[in-house]
Design a protein around this ligand. Structure first.
Ligand code: C5P
Length: 402
């Protein structure tokens, strides 16, 4: 799997840098060609001589060699690599990557890389848990960077907690999986609906819901990572995917989402994931001017919106996979299965309403998958990124069975 692959390894200033030596050793042993980029701080932790010897290539740190002026082109490094692995990734480098700072060769290479990028954070537990670091990880993940979550255990500081870089074996495994699955959805077109919709009551007020767009974004990024050409039709959600291979069509109301989703679907989609929390009702006659209060109660007439999932279920063609989501408070399993049949889907993802770590806004989710043949599968509570990966694994299986 790794033989002949070009792996660009970025090392930043962390005590875990010594583990990068094992990573290079393993990659080279499996036949990969490895080039190593080190930040200035990384050299305080492990010598360039060690890394150059193990990788059998000179170490890259500066934009150019001050001795002879030779230019280290970040653009060609990014083009050379099949994967850019940053391990260990310090809090400093992650924050800079998330905000687009480009003040060293590793960062300029990241910004110009066209290959998949993976980062394995390593830092003290409080730095790891800090909202700034967590925000950086979230941003990077939404842009398609694969994050190898830090593990828990004893840290160099003597404290115990989450922040240790994952074991080299696990990281190399993840590189293997990433390279293996990269092409698995190449040539496939996917449509994902995301976020809430807003139904205008008057020019300043609307009816909406708490959908954050996190689950849909994670799915869109995962589909794109595997090579699919993804269009997300997104309501006004706080989280939107912004990664190569994903284009976003912004809409506001359920009616607009219906038109945009059906138009995109009409272009031919192999995969449709209906993740949006579309309003079921919309005001019958939104007021053109702001409704004034007059001390009286008022009635708001609501009319049903059109169901995007059902419309796609009616139009779907053989060889396609259509996936929906369900959020139920009562008779969850029966309702989810009924919805799957009614809307002619291949799989429906039931969100848990009982779990504090699942649902709107949070970064984790617990879901149960239901299939057309009556089968179901309960997934554990995991990050939305991991849930997205599991869902896309099942989509790939369903495509194979088409
Ligand atoms: O019927 P319910 O709204 O619970 O169905 C949920 C599923 O149907 C989700 O996949 C959701 O995105 C989709 N849906 C839709 N258009 C609607 C309502 C729901 O695509 N108007």
């Amino acid at each position: 799997m790794l033989a002949g692959k070009h792996v660009l390894l970025g090392i930043t200033g962390s005590i875990a840098a010594y583990k990068a030596a094992y990573i290079v050793r393993m990659l080279v042993k499996e036949g990969a060609e490895v080039k190593v980029l080190m930040t200035v701080a990384a050299k305080q932790f492990i010598t360039p001589l060690t890394m150059a010897t193990l990788s059998r290539n000179p170490i890259l740190t500066e934009f150019f060699d001050p001795e002879n002026g030779q230019w280290n082109s970040h653009v060609s490094l990014g083009m050379w690599a099949d994967v850019f692995l940053i391990a260990p990734a310090s809090a400093n480098t992650l924050a800079k990557m998330a905000s687009g700072v480009a003040d060293n060769l590793l960062l300029t290479t990241y910004l110009s890389a066209r290959c998949p990028v993976m980062a394995a954070p390593a830092m003290d537990l409080d730095m790891y848990a800090h909202p700034a670091t967590q925000e950086a990880l979230r941003i990077l993940s939404s842009r398609g960077v694969e994050i190898v979550e830090a593990a828990s255990g004893e840290l160099a500081s003597g404290l115990d907690g989450k922040g240790r870089m994952e074991d080299p074996e696990t990281i190399v495994d993840r590189v293997r999986v990433l390279l293996g699955r990269r092409e698995s959805l190449r040539g496939r077109r996917a449509l994902v609906t995301s976020g809430p919709t807003r139904e205008a009551i008057d020019p300043v007020r609307f009816i909406s819901n708490h959908s954050s767009g996190k689950m849909a974004s994670a799915i869109a990024v995962e589909l794109a990572r595997r090579g699919a050409d993804v269009t997300v039709v997104s309501g006004p959600a706080p989280v939107r995917p912004s990664c190569a291979g994903v284009s976003v069509v912004d809409v506001t109301s359920a009616g607009e989402m219906y038109s945009a989703a059906l138009e995109e679907y009409g272009r031919g989609c192999d995969i449709t994931v209906l993740c949006a929390a579309v309003a079921d009702f919309t005001p019958a006659a939104p007021s053109g001017s702001k409704i004034k209060k007059n001390g009286e109660s008022m009635m708001l007439e609501l009319v049903p919106t059109r169901d995007i999932a059902a419309a796609i279920g009616e139009r779907r063609r053989p060889g396609e996979v259509v996936v929906g989501f369900a959020l139920e408070t009562d008779n969850a399993h029966d309702n989810a299965q009924d919805k799957l049949r009614r809307k002619n889907m291949d799989m429906i993802v039931l969100n848990s309403m009982r779990d504090p770590g699942a649902g709107f806004g949070v970064d984790t989710n617990r879901v149960t998958l239901f299939f057309r043949d009556g089968g179901s599968e309960e997934l554990p509570l995991e990050s939305k990124t991991a849930v997205a990966s599991d869902i896309v694994d099942r989509i790939e299986k369903l495509l194979e069975g088409c």
